[in-house]
Design a binder for this molecule. Structure first.
Ligand SMILES: [Zn+2]
Ligand SMILES: [Zn+2]
Length: 287
């Protein structure tokens, strides 16, 4: 497992590599532009090359680019939809230029008009965007906490999205522990996590899970509220060991988005070790 964090790209995107190297991370996530503005950031050829060189030198094994928060592919307003597609395209292009492994994004919200209708709207845009992926670069939908018509709150919705793009080979998933918990999956409970991942494998395929967001939660199980906490500081606490240690996640990047310093990464690594032991014991007993 690779351990990393979301870091700032302020002062040039290649600075993100220095920031993650400083805290001993081996995976990184960045915004390629301000996440609350439509205006894309353009980078010079030199800066993009510097990112690739520094990454290579630092030995960072995984790079995710998180798209902006304004994206809503399910909006009924054609202008918002168009802006969302343009923004995602810009993110994918920068991601390709820095040789990132994933673009992670939130699909958006149907704001109440219904998922069935929304999935058709989203699929058209998604199919075009998937053209910009590559063998290396996947487009990953992040599961949501389930607030206000947000799309991707359940396995049903994620599976429907996957089917709507004819199971495109580079449509990936980024699973966020806080969002799973808030949407009602107790990721700290081995049986519950096993059941969810078993169903995910059957309906979507575990090979589509390309990255993990490892965040604790300030709000209770099933609250549908997206309030991150630092790893080990929230309601999940040590229960995050169960999530981190699941054997299906062994080779994935685990990226925390809510953190302060190197101790957060150390805590993730420790929970992962404990979680692996827990799962090994469980699997031995079940044999
Ligand atoms: Zn996340
Ligand atoms: Zn969140």
């Amino acid at each position: 497992m690779l351990f990393g964090a979301h870091v700032s790209a302020a002062g040039g995107i290649s600075n993100a590599i220095d920031r993650i190297a400083e805290v001993g991370g081996d995976a990184v996530q960045v915004f390629t532009q301000s996440p609350r503005m439509w205006k894309p950031t353009t980078y010079s050829v030199e800066e993009l090359a510097r990112f690739r060189e520094r990454r290579e030198a630092a030995g960072v094994g995984h790079v995710s680019c998180h798209a902006l928060y304004l994206v809503n592919l399910a909006s009924r307003d054609p202008e918002i939809r168009e802006k969302s597609v343009v923004a995602l395209r810009a993110t994918l292009e920068t991601a390709r230029a820095i040789e990132a492994d994933a673009v992670v994004f939130h699909v958006g919200s149907h704001l109440g008009y219904g998922f069935e209708e929304a999935v058709a709207v989203v699929a058209g845009a998604l199919r075009d965007l998937l053209e910009l992926t590559s063998e290396r670069l996947w487009l990953c939908v992040e599961n949501t906490a389930g607030a206000g018509g947000t799309i991707g709150r359940s396995l049903d919705e994620l599976a429907a999205l996957c089917d709507a793009v004819d199971r495109h080979p580079r449509l990936g998933l980024c699973l966020d522990s806080c969002h799973l918990w808030a949407s009602g999956v107790d990721v700290s409970d081995a049986a519950a996590l096993e059941a969810t991942l078993g169903e995910l494998d059957t309906r979507i395929g575990l090979d589509r899970v390309r990255a993990l967001h490892v965040n604790d939660s300030q709000t209770p199980l099933g609250s549908n509220r997206d309030r991150h906490d630092r790893v080990g500081h929230g309601l999940l606490g040590d229960g995050l060991a169960t999530f981190l240690g699941h054997p299906a996640f062994a080779d994935l990047p685990a990226i925390t988005e809510t953190w302060e310093d190197a101790t957060d990464l150390a805590r993730m690594r420790d929970l992962h070790r404990r979680g692996r032991r827990r799962w090994a014991r469980r699997l031995r007993l079940s044999r």
